[in-house]
Design a protein. Structure first.
Length: 258
């Protein structure tokens, strides 16, 4: 969804049917503003995830994000004005920002082997780039038509992808780690045993549970957030330094026009 939503507008925003639908805006910055409103909203919701991701849980955060995209995609596909499509892009951005953060956490915490996590993160990146390619090819195919459907159908597919995600997530539980960290031990045990396909008291399940509980205990002892640590981290874990490096690499990448 992130790749598709980011790429789909680029292929239709210069077409005549799209321009006619939103009133043929003449301002230099209007079309770029429509496009960039999505990315700005992604940034806002990604930042908000730091504060709402744990209280909501990974599963409910993804469901909330899907809800935003379903509504935002529907409003975009039915747009007849610049304000409507900007608001719709912002809603999609809010949703995809939440989903992009929560999905990686969800996959990582559902992994029962350390070797799975890197592979799954790389797999998620492949889907992201695949979404960009899919958006461009669909745009190329549909823009051969001069009807309003030539841009509304590619835009509307955002909602379809989100609806599929929403339906699947309704059938899935949250992660064992989140259940344990919120005191829902029995639910965490059930999910963990299901992931291993073994009884709760089996050695692999108990070993994974011990690792999770030890990690939660360690993080609890460093739970207080000090914003100064993001700039000058003096803790043993050096979490602030790791966050700075990750944040700055991706920031510089975007400033280079990635």
């Amino acid at each position: 969804m992130f790749g598709y939503d980011a790429g789909v507008l680029g292929g239709v925003q210069e077409t005549e049917p799209f321009r006619d639908a939103i009133g043929n805006p003449s301002g230099t910055y209007i079309i770029p503003m429509i496009a960039s409103s999505y990315t700005l909203a992604c940034w806002v919701s990604s930042t908000a995830y730091m504060f709402i991701g744990h209280p909501l849980g990974r599963r409910r955060t993804i469901l909330l994000g899907d809800g935003f995209v379903i509504v935002g995609g529907s409003l975009q596909a039915s747009s007849w004005s610049v304000p409507q499509i900007i608001i719709a892009r912002v809603l999609c951005g809010f949703g995809v920002g939440l989903i992009s953060c929560a999905v990686l956490t969800y996959m990582s915490e559902m992994s029962i082997k350390k070797t799975e996590r890197g592979r799954e993160a790389a797999n998620q990146s492949s889907w992201l780039i695949g979404g960009v390619a899919l958006a461009y090819w669909l745009d190329f195919g549909f823009t051969q038509s001069a009807s309003q459907w030539s841009w509304r159908i590619p835009i509307a597919l955002q909602s379809l992808f989100a609806a599929i995600s929403f339906a699947i997530m309704l059938m899935l539980p949250d992660t064992p780690r989140w259940y344990y960290s919120t005191g829902q031990t029995e639910r965490g045990d059930s999910v963990l045993a299901s992931l291993h396909s073994q009884p709760l008291m089996s050695e692999p399940v108990q070993h994974t549970k011990t690792e999770i509980m030890d990690a939660i205990s360690l993080e609890s002892s460093h739970a207080k957030l000090n914003l100064l640590d993001l700039l000058w981290d003096r803790s043993k874990l050096k979490s602030g330094r790791r966050l700075r490096i990750a944040f700055l690499i991706l920031t510089i990448q975007q400033l280079m026009g990635a």
